[in-house]
Design a protein around this ligand. Structure first.
Ligand SMILES: Cc1cc2nc3c(=O)[nH]c(=O)nc-3n(C[C@H](O)[C@H](O)[C@H](O)COP(=O)(O)OP(=O)(O)OC[C@H]3O[C@@H](n4cnc5c(N)ncnc54)[C@H](O)[C@@H]3O)c2cc1C
Length: 423
């Protein structure tokens, strides 16, 4: 559905209408500007980055003057000060226009959200808080001033990214900092990021590996010992350029700590919605699949002949089913992102898993249904639906909350209270 935007141009209506979802004025304005940026900048570039599997660096450069790189940096530090929910809603708007750019933007923004609003909500000692507030200035200045790009390579190909064991990438404490060695797979923004926000295990001589000793460090991309290897030719989300990152005895100064010692572990255990931040992109893709089907069946999709297909009852039923699925997805997800906070109730955590599962599965189900309903011409590569279908397939594979892991946890945590056993 189209609406007229403040510049007088036809624009897509917001996914979440400000009045209906009771968004405040600031929140709605930020989300609106993300949507307009997505339509203007992301959409026309999406096909080429998808075809060539290239990173949309020029789009990230264009985000800088718009303030989008600093959307979650507190206003006092020069950012736009978006809350967790505002960010999620803005990211969903970008996801409509280019899944790969929105997902990559998520990796960058999460580095600021986790160290910003989320960290502000965590228990810290006075010393930890002072250390954290001082250190994050360094990162925020680089982003606000120079447009620096951060990423989040956590995955290692083992059980660590699912949160069950300590990261295999290790940080050895040395004078003034750490020597970091390890390998990260699927490192989105590889080769494009200025800093890799790496999770690793601090391990002194003779010490065992423990998740409690997880460090969150900004590893400068140009530091000695950092390399990006392998190719990137995946099914979808091709513009994320998620190649393999290798680190060999990389010296990382102490000031590059993104969180004080022990605080990442605290965040992961007491602020679980931090892992729901991969989902907004896929809410956008779900909306895009639906919008495509409606425009196509009405004979109004740009680049296609004005042939109407909406008069067939089977098409109407299919669109009705898509509409119901989209509304269910939006309602559950909006509730989950609205109640994100430290120490959520068990019910809120279960709802967050359910929202992640629903978004990731439904985005791809909606895209598949849009292709079946619109027909053969709709899946040609010159139209966006084929890319939306491939991009949306990736959501349920993303750790730490894959679709399988979400189901696994919902089942277990519904049936067992903490510490409960059968024998
Ligand atoms: C487009 C894209 C971009 C990505 N970008 C990044 C990034 O920037 N940073 C990053 O860190 N990662 C990123 N990832 C990586 C992602 O989170 C996974 O690490 C990646 O998909 C590799 O998974 P795997 O096959 O090694 O999973 P495996 O660990 O081999 O798991 C395979 C499957 O087994 C199941 N499984 C695994 N562990 C458990 C468990 N404990 N309990 C129950 N079931 C389990 C899961 O369903 C999982 O899908 C990206 C992935 C994609 C697709």
């Amino acid at each position: 559905m189209n609406a007229r935007d403040p510049d007088g141009e036809e624009a897509d209506a917001p996914i979440f209408d400000a009045a209906t979802f009771r968004l405040d004025r600031n929140e709605a304005d930020l989300i609106d500007s993300a949507r307009r940026f997505g339509a203007r900048v992301l959409a026309p570039r999406a096909a080429q980055h998808d075809r060539d599997a290239t990173f949309p660096l020029e789009t990230f450069r264009d985000m800088h003057p718009e303030g989008l790189l600093a959307i979650c940096i507190p206003e006092a530090d020069g950012g736009l000060g978006a809350s967790y929910r505002t960010y999620c809603l803005a990211a969903a708007e970008l996801g409509r226009y280019c899944g790969a750019t929105a997902l990559s933007w998520n990796m960058h923004v999460s580095s600021t959200l986790w160290t910003g609003a989320l960290a502000d909500d965590l228990m810290m000692t006075v010393e930890e808080r002072a250390e954290h507030n001082e250190r994050r200035q360094l990162h925020y200045k680089r982003i606000v001033g120079d447009g620096a790009i951060y990423s989040q390579p956590f995955s290692e190909g083992g059980a660590a990214a699912a949160g069950t064991i300590a990261f295999g990438t290790e940080a050895k404490p040395v004078d003034g900092g750490f020597l970091v060695s390890g390998k990260k797979i699927f490192a989105s923004l590889s080769g494009a990021a200025d800093y890799y926000g790496v999770l690793c295990t601090e391990r002194g001589e003779g010490e065992g590996a423990s998740r409690r000793n997880t460090l969150y460090l900004a590893v400068p991309a140009n530091a000695q010992g950092v390399s990006v290897v392998g190719d990137w030719d995946p099914l979808g989300m091709r513009g994320t350029v998620s190649r393999t990152l290798l680190m060999k005895d990389v010296f990382v100064p102490q000031d590059e700590m993104l969180m004080p010692r022990g605080v990442y572990f605290r965040a992961a255990t007491s602020w679980p919605h931090m892992f729901l931040t991969l989902s907004p992109t896929y809410v956008g893709l779900a909306q895009a699949a639906y919008d495509f089907a409606v425009a196509y069946l009405r004979g109004e999709l740009p680049g296609t002949p004005p042939v109407k297909r909406r008069m067939y009852p089977t098409k109407q039923i299919a669109v009705a089913e898509m509409h119901v699925m989209l509304e269910q997805t939006k309602a559950l997800w909006f509730q989950a992102v609205s109640e994100a906070r430290a120490n959520p109730t068990k019910e809120q955590v279960l709802r967050a898993y359910a929202a992640q599962f629903t978004v990731m599965e439904n985005a791809n189900a909606l895209a598949a249904k849009a292709i079946r309903t619109c027909g053969g011409q709709a899946m040609l590569k010159n139209l966006a639906l084929e890319r939306i279908y491939r991009d949306s397939r990736c959501g349920s594979l993303m750790l730490p909350w894959t679709a399988e892991i979400c189901l696994d946890r919902i089942g277990r945590e519904s049936l067992y209270e903490t510490g409960e056993k059968d024998e």
